[in-house]
Design a protein around this ligand. Structure first.
Ligand code: SAM
Ligand code: SF4
Length: 389
């Protein structure tokens, strides 16, 4: 069955590349391209699922790639291995009082690998392990090894780097190909105040070790917050130039556990572009594609940066991502509370075909855009660390 001819209303990435930051006559749009369709953000996953049944059932393909109603093919699966973390970053978790899933509710590694294998058979080529902090889950190399045996093109990890040094080599031997390390400040005191626990020196050492064991290209994730670390834009650009690490600036999203997200605290991607481009001219790399980061290299050939402008320049139009939460829910969008609980299927004796059907349903029910910029937007019930960033 073919999808409908509807197209998501968020600006496609290749259009963004043409009309956005690249080139000398900068025409950064002031208004934001938004998704037309506002999701009925209902009280929670179960209620929402009950009302969308008719949507998911109609014309859903029973074979072929994981395609949604807007023609987007899904090939990237983020697996959250835990909702726990050894840090408490201000934009992600509360300092005190976080509650976590009981152990019995987490998928086992064997369950994750089985679900991933079904996803692979449905055309998923890329896996990223995340959390919470994935390295606080004991025995992670074992999962990497099971996933590696399935044969994905790309098997990567996003980590805060606190525990990476000790296990980096083992992860490589198990089949990990790349790693993204989060680091929001290059100043030790500020790093500690944003991440609330841990030391900058530990993370810098993790970066060096990751490179020494071949976990490259190394990407560094930076969340900028207004009046907190936005004075480090050029420091991070210089860091990218000096080290060859790809620094990716991520816009603050309404996914913090405290629910204190405020648009005024977000530093828009176009501002970051302008600041860096004025100091060291940039040129766009490639013509877009499903990866969320808009990539730019320095014109003098010294390094690369990325902008992940999820709020001000949504990339929903080319989104190819699915998520599996640590407790076994398939989510078709960070911002959708719509979840399909694959753990119940697995533990209830379901077949691979049952799991596959759940993936297809989740993809088919995906909305065209996240609608953050619409007045009706409600933040998701689960925050970033509970979903898997
Ligand atoms: N603990 C790991 C880490 O920090 O890299 C992996 C999980 S973390 C949820 C994944 C990414 O999401 C990190 O780069 C983090 O900085 C980012 N993140 C967390 N909360 C965010 C928010 N509210 N807005 C934007 N990015 C956020
Ligand atoms: Fe932990 Fe990552 Fe969230 Fe920071 S961003 S609190 S390291 S899960």
């Amino acid at each position: 069955m073919s999808p409908t001819n509807e197209t998501p209303n968020s600006a496609p990435r290749n259009t963004r590349a043409r009309t956005g930051y690249a080139g000398s006559s900068l025409t950064v749009p002031k208004s934001v391209p938004v998704a037309v369709s506002v999701r009925p953000h209902l009280a929670g996953p179960k209620e929402e699922r009950a009302t969308k049944g008719h949507v998911a059932a109609s014309a859903m393909p029973e074979e072929g790639p994981l395609i949604d109603r807007y023609g987007r093919v899904h090939s990237d699966l983020r697996i959250s291995v835990t909702d726990r973390c050894n840090l408490r970053c201000v934009y992600c978790m509360s300092e005190e009082g976080m509650t976590f899933l009981p152990r019995a509710e987490l998928l086992t590694f064997e369950e994750m690998a089985r679900i991933a294998r079904v996803a692979h058979d449905l055309g998923v080529t890329s896996i990223r392990l995340t959390g919470g902090e994935p390295l606080v889950r004991k025995g992670l190399p074992e999962l990497v090894s099971q996933l590696s045996a399935i044969g994905f093109d790309d098997l990567s990890l996003t980590t805060n780097g606190m525990q990476l040094a000790a296990v980096a080599q083992t992860l490589v031997k198990a089949g990990l190909t790349r790693v993204n390390i989060s680091c929001d400040s290059l100043r030790a005191e500020r790093f500690a105040s944003i991440r609330r626990r841990g030391h900058l020196s530990t993370v810098l050492e993790a970066m060096s070790i990751a490179e020494s064991v071949g976990l490259t290209p190394l990407k560094i994730n930076v969340v900028l917050l207004r009046d907190t670390n936005d004075d480090e834009i050029l420091d991070f650009a210089a860091f990218a130039r000096e080290t060859g690490r790809i620094v990716r600036f991520i816009e603050f999203m309404p996914l913090d556990a405290q629910g204190e997200w405020d648009r005024d605290r977000l530093v828009p991607g176009h501002e970051i572009y302008e600041r860096i481009n004025a100091a060291w001219p940039l040129e766009a790399v490639g013509e877009g594609g499903p990866a969320p980061a808009e990539r730019f290299r320095f014109l003098d050939g010294r390094g690369e940066i990325g902008l992940i402008s999820s709020v001000t320049q949504p990339f929903c139009g080319t989104c190819n991502r699915l998520r599996l939460t640590a407790d076994g829910a398939i989510r078709n969008c960070l911002f959708s509370d719509d979840e399909d609980t694959v753990r119940d299927v697995v533990r209830g004796g379901g077949s691979d075909a049952d799991i596959a059907r759940l993936f297809r349903q989740a993809v088919w029910a995906k909305f065209p855009g996240h609608a953050i910029n619409e007045p009706e937007f409600l933040r998701p019930v689960r925050s970033m660390s509970m979903i898997g960033g």
